[in-house]
Design a protein around this ligand. Structure first.
Ligand SMILES: [Zn+2]
Ligand SMILES: [Zn+2]
Length: 153
């Protein structure tokens, strides 16, 4: 945790930004809830628990800055809410998501499965790819098991 904060601090410094206490409080919440795909409001409520003096506008600006600096990625799963997702360390591309249309859970695929697809796109459309978004919509394994659907086993 502290090491990751230190590295994010360096990332900000390299772009001439400081990791102010307000920004650090926001980063800590994101690290503590790394798998949760929090909205700006979710982040704000969690920041407020520990630092009641920090306002929503500050949290919002921090999230925008972190997005700009590629510390976090902003993602929308189709419900109209922007969510913030920490970029995994060393990841050059955004991880993939599995969104369950039954229970709404979001799982992550860290492995980059798009290498071959990107090569085809770059070659055929002469397009230099910098990043991608890939979200699968379907039924998660928990919901499948709950229904006792043997056919899918
Ligand atoms: Zn994610
Ligand atoms: Zn599900």
């Amino acid at each position: 945790m502290e090491q990751r904060i230190e590295r994010i601090k360096k990332q900000l410094h390299s772009q001439s930004y400081k990791l102010t206490p307000q920004r650090e409080a926001t980063v800590r919440v994101l690290l503590e809830h790394e798998e949760d795909h929090l909205s700006a409001e979710n982040v704000y409520l969690l920041v407020k628990e520990k630092s009641p003096e920090i306002g929503l506008a500050t949290v919002y600006r921090t999230l925008e800055l972190l997005t700009e600096l590629k510390v976090v990625d902003k993602i929308n799963f189709g419900d109209g809410v922007s969510r913030y997702d920490l970029r995994k360390e060393g990841a050059t591309h955004f991880h993939h998501h599995l969104v369950c249309i039954d229970c709404g859970s979001v799982d992550e695929i860290q492995e980059d499965l798009l290498g071959d697809v990107e090569k085809i796109v770059e070659r055929r459309w002469n397009f230099l790819i910098k990043d991608h978004r890939l979200t699968f919509h379907g039924i998660c394994h928990r919901c499948t098991n709950n229904k006792g659907n043997q056919e899918n086993e």
